[in-house]
Design a protein. Structure first.
Length: 605
């Protein structure tokens, strides 16, 4: 038997192909918002960082009602760094909407999330979005999607996927590209028709898999998950099966279901629905809530292993404690312990007292964590990202990435050279014939993960901002040998003080500056990139000597080149092994590990 009044779906896609915008349209057309209600765009992206970067970081669920059927919708991240979010949310659903841009076609993260969905035998509905684009190439994209399915060993049944064409921004869906349509009704009808209703066994033993954790100021921690068997109501005594397999008896104090963006209190709910439960202390993602008398745990969520690590430590610079509220190692430890409760794809080594090795799926994922922490008032120092190696059959292996690059033809040479220097090997090269061709080329490489550390900023510079870069974890290979990091040295302040226009003007020929005049500096702080390969200690506080011959307006004519102000991700990409990023609520600074110049080993000039 199936529960026909519910459908559970996830929307999966590459970054920026329009998932969250489509969910916005579905919410609006299902009447979740009042007619006169002001609703911001991408309403599901509730975290400030998500709205700023235009990407979904945390998976979220909502629900709409259509023709008497409740449709639970999960909006998943499209970036491979947040794979842990994708893996656990797919456990909650019975089908997926695979959203693909009508011009860009399937990209690496499309492959990543689709592979996970096909492994779980989830039936897909293909949604070709942004059909209004001037460079849309719908038939070409459709062929690429079929190729991708075949490449991922899809079954004959999975290859018979239905297709819907949408313009999510305008809130329009069509079954045929030439149809007239004014709304998303064809998409809603397709979901009810093609996504299977959840199987029900109301008399079965209660089984609920916890796939997310939320927090409410009034009721405390909320365990979010899908009921796979049985029913649950307020006041029930249940057993929680933790990671060690031990049942812990507890009582349900509140039950919530989802409606639009709200959690609605319910007395009871049953198999097939996605719910939030309150009153369970110490519950974690992956735990099973089950019957006390007949406990039956579900398989725990497995997530891809971390491939990148950084060391988070206490800020020890001369400016420590001046800008943040949480500055001790105990503060940082508690914040990381809290992160582990929500984030299944991050691991932390707490062996050291004041520094913690944080491991994740990529630079972006860890940069987002650091950015969140500094916005919450934390101060910390972060080391250079490093890849996590493992020993296989007695030999050292390192993680590999599938790197897909889309660039104008004139940059193919320089990009190929840069990737080659980082031990990347080309696997495929094809011209892009969008709208008669724009002279763009798509390149595929297999490259060690460490080769991508610091690559993005160089790539954007080399391609004058016109290149697109995406990568995806692609297994392990034997260690590829030493690899050159940054080819240039650093300009390092040799004394504390404030930078002056006069000093910076005379340092401009030496390289690229990262600070402007009037910036407070300390000895060992990196203030720029040297154009040569050695580090250079410089005095940025130097004032022009006053003489009685000096013209009053002499300094007014000095023109400084605007500095290159690094954001957090660029700073993490820039640093070498002997350097750190100092992240505070107000500043991102670069520094040497050893601040005193006379204690640092000298590099040969």
């Amino acid at each position: 038997m199936r529960r026909e009044d519910i459908r559970n779906i996830a929307i999966i896609a590459h970054v920026d192909h329009g998932k969250t915008t489509l969910v916005d349209g579905m919410l609006k057309q299902a009447g979740i918002f009042r007619l006169n209600q002001q609703v911001r765009e991408r309403v599901m992206d509730s975290i400030d960082l998500e709205r700023e970067k235009g990407i979904t970081i945390m998976a979220k669920n909502t629900a709409v009602e259509y023709n008497g059927v409740k449709i639970n919708i999960v909006d998943t991240p499209g970036h491979a760094d947040f794979g842990g979010e994708v893996e656990r949310t797919l456990k909650m659903v019975d089908g997926v909407l695979l959203l693909v841009d009508a011009s860009e076609g399937p990209l690496p993260q499309t492959r990543f999330v689709l592979k996970k969905a096909l492994e779980l035998k989830l039936p897909p509905v293909l949604v070709i979005n942004k059909i209004d684009r001037a460079d849309a190439r719908i038939q070409g994209v459709l062929n690429e999607v079929y190729d991708l399915f075949i490449d991922l060993d899809a079954t004959e049944e999975q290859l018979q996927f239905p297709i819907v064409y949408t313009n999510a921004k305008a809130g329009i869906a069509k079954l045929n590209i030439d149809d007239d349509s004014e709304n998303l009704k064809p998409l809603f009808d397709f979901i009810l028709k093609t996504v299977p209703a959840p199987e029900i066994n109301k008399d079965g033993v209660l089984q609920l898999l916890v796939t997310n954790i939320d927090y409410n100021d009034y009721v405390g921690r909320l365990a979010i998950g899908r009921i796979f068997s049985g029913a649950i109501k307020v006041g029930d005594n249940v057993a929680v099966i933790n990671s060690k397999g031990n049942p812990v008896r507890t009582k349900i104090t509140s039950v919530y279901t989802f409606q639009g963006l709200e959690k609605i209190e319910a007395k009871e709910t049953s198999v097939g629905d996605i719910v939030a439960l309150a009153g369970i202390e110490g519950i974690n993602i992956g735990d099973t809530i089950t019957d006390v008398e007949r406990p039956m745990p579900l398989p725990r969520i497995k997530v891809d292993e971390p491939t990148i690590s950084m060391v988070f430590s206490v800020n020890t610079s001369p400016f420590a404690g001046k800008e943040g509220r949480f500055v001790t190692s105990r503060n940082i430890r508690e914040r990381l312990e809290k992160e582990l409760l929500y984030n299944v794809s991050i691991k932390v080594d707490f062996d050291n007292a004041d520094s913690f090795k944080v491991m994740g799926r990529g630079e972006l994922q860890l940069a987002i964590l650091i950015e969140m922490m500094r916005r919450e008032g934390y101060e910390l120092s972060v080391s250079m990202p490093e890849t996590i190696t493992k020993e296989i059959n007695g030999a050292l292996h390192e993680p590999m990435e599938l790197l897909i690059i889309d660039v104008p033809e004139e940059f193919v040479g320089v990009v190929t050279q840069q990737v080659g220097m980082r031990k990347g090997k080309m696997q495929k090269m094809q011209s892009d014939h969008r709208s008669g061709g724009h002279g763009r080329v798509r390149l595929e490489f297999r490259i060690p993960s460490r080769g991508l550390i610091g690559f993005r900023s160089h790539f954007l510079t080399d391609t004058k901002g016109t290149g697109l870069l995406n990568h995806l974890f692609d297994g392990y290979e034997p260690w590829h040998g030493p690899m050159s990091k940054r080819q240039t040295g650093a300009l390092v302040a040799d004394r504390p003080g404030k930078s002056t226009t006069y000093a910076l003007y005379h340092l401009q020929p030496r390289g690229t500056l990262f600070i402007k005049e009037g910036t407070s500096v300390y000895e060992g702080m990196i203030i720029g990139e040297n154009s040569r390969d050695n580090d250079l200690d410089v005095n940025v506080t130097k004032e022009k000597k006053l003489t009685n011959m000096r013209a009053a307006s002499a300094d007014d004519t000095i023109q400084l080149i605007p500095p290159r102000m690094l954001n957090l991700e660029q700073a993490l990409e820039f640093i070498k092994e002997d350097e750190l990023v100092e992240a505070t609520p107000q500043s991102i600074r670069l520094r040497k590990r050893v601040l005193e110049a006379n204690k640092r080993p000298k590099t040969k000039v």
